[in-house]
Design a protein around this ligand. Sequence first.
Ligand code: ADP
Ligand code: MG
Length: 467
Amino acid sequence: MLKDHILVWKNCLNIIRKSIDSQPYKTWFEPIRPIKLSGEILTIQVPNKFFYEWLEEHYVDVLRKAIKGELGTNGNLEYQIMVEDHRDIQARAKTSSTPKGAQEDNLVINPFVIPGIKKVRIDNQLNPAYTFDNFVNGECNRFPGSAGMAIAKRPAGTAFNPLVIYGDVGLGKTHLSQAIGNEIMTNFADKQVLYITTEKFTNQVIQAIKNSSVNDFMHFYQMIDVLIVDDIQFLSGRSKTQEIFFNIFNQLHQSGKQIILTSDRSPKDLTDVDERLISRFKWGLVADLKAPDFDTRLKILDKKLEKDNMTLPDEIKEYICAHIKNNIRELEGVVISIVAQATLNKRLIDLKLVKEVVKQFVSQVDKEISVENIKTLVANYFDVPVEKLHSKTRLRDVVIARQLSMYLAKKYTTSSLKKIGDSFGGRDHSTVIHSLKTIEDMIDTDKVFKDKVNVLLKKVKTSFALD
Ligand code: ADP
Ligand code: MG
């Protein structure tokens, strides 16, 4: 019996349905209509160009598997794009990455008014594992966390629009921003949420420009009720992406849609980003995620252990949390490693094993804090060779660097004044006292100097992972 397009597509759908979740299946596959079968080429109709690009980007493998399974290794797929005025447009796209060249852009009037299909659901791209339930609250995230919760209850109904969450790597920006998205999906099933990284957004812009489909692209974003853009610091230097994002931002904001952004730094510290964008980022709420304190780290660790059905003695948990301070991802990494060591190598989880594991994670940042390490850090900061700190030179920069090193050594190590003096070319303890006094006076009287010292203090803290 000759196969017909309807049957072939029906069989393909059976295969596809088994390999993807039901929500994306509904969104991206149910609206497709089989049109014809010529030899080994099946033609399907999709509502618009963005649709087929999305399919090709996200589902090319499942599609290929289904088509080849049904039509053999030469099986191929051809898309037909439906437009408002019922003119059918062919976009010859194989289920591979052949150029998605379609020259019909000038014909696509409004690709999102689709006869027969009231509303296209968008695959929100959220990771369901990032929820508020498994986001541990602490002082470090109280502010952005509660703002996020408020937004999840009333998207675009609070003053927090946009919400900009910023903080260092591994502190929960992606988790929190997606938790808000997931919570909104639970509270308002009909809202269109989209999570996208700035990288991906940029690639879409580049693709849209290449295909002259910027208008389609912008239209697509207008359908979104809650837009979450992760890591906007990567907008830096990308002026075309910024321009398009600026327009999308304005349109969404004006039509009362919620925008959530994350960044590794505060908007005012973004570099090479257009001022008008930065000023918009400050319209709503800018809230930072701080490094968690010891107790919060313990709670997070417990949560991760609970997930793996694991328990550890308090002593071991405390050791981990005392050493992994500035990055929650590393905390998870330690748990994963310990579990792996214990199960794969059948080793008993004791403090010795844990110390080995922790060392792998902290060795890059958590150098031991010592007079020598402080000297190196300060010398690098002032761009003077370390040996110069030992010398008798009176060059101002060197003197300041030497005195500051002594000051930090006193502040952060347990070394005695005598020992500190010894490490700076055998100076006596009264010289050290004099240096400390000089630095304290300068901090009190010279604002510029004080700022410099604060920068250095911060450097010391992050380099040696101190609280
Ligand atoms: P970022 O995007 O800021 O680099 P992520 O959101 O990717 O950080 O977080 C890193 C890891 O730490 C993730 O696996 C996340 O689940 C976890 N994490 C971050 N913050 C918390 C928290 N408050 N409670 C529980 N897990 C957290
Ligand atoms: Mg992230």
